[in-house]
Every structure is written in structure tokens, then in C-alpha cells.
Ligand binder design. Structure first.
Ligand SMILES: [Zn+2]
Length: 85
């Protein structure tokens, strides 16, 4: 069950609540239900998406450095061609 963090718009109190899907808690302070959800991702999927994001970032970094090396080699080839022929 995900834990959500809410802020009550009525009394500005922030609280965390275990919430079943589709349910909205009431403010423990004033009992109001006009709440703003501050954290929308449950802890489990946050962890999973962090790993996925890190994987994508690593992959992207690898591709960029390969492209840089390629561009550098191209540049050197052209430089030699332009200046030494
Ligand atoms: Zn309240």
C-alpha cells in the first residue's frame, strides 16, 4: 500500500497517510478532505523508476562518448587532409 503525503488546504497541516487505491483520507487535524497530495509516487515504484532512469542515463552517456570519439576522429581526419595535402 502506498504512503502518500498530503497537505490540508484548510489548516495547512502536512501528514502522511497509507491510502488504498482510489481513497482520499481526511485531515487528522480538522477533518477536512480538501487535501493536496504532495508525493504521488509510492516508494516501491520510485525505487524502480530510479533504477530505470539510472540505466537509461548510463546508456545515453555511453552513446554520447562514442559519438564524441567518432566526431573527434572525423575532425582529425579532416584536419590532416586540409592542412597536410
Ligand atoms: Zn486540516
Amino acid at each position: 500500500m502506498p504512503i502518500y503525503e498530503y497537505k490540508c488546504r484548510g489548516c495547512d497541516r502536512q501528514f502522511e497517510e497509507l491510502v488504498k487505491l482510489g481513497e482520499t483520507p481526511d485531515c487528522p487535524s480538522c477533518g477536512g478532505s480538501d487535501l493536496e497530495r504532495l508525493v504521488s509516487l509510492p516508494a516501491v515504484s520510485t525505487q524502480r523508476s530510479r533504477e530505470r532512469t539510472a540505466g537509461i542515463a548510463r546508456k545515453a552517456a555511453g552513446e554520447v562518448s562514442r559519438e564524441k570519439k567518432h566526431a573527434q576522429a572525423e575532425y582529425e581526419r579532416n584536419y590532416i587532409k586540409d592542412h597536410h595535402s
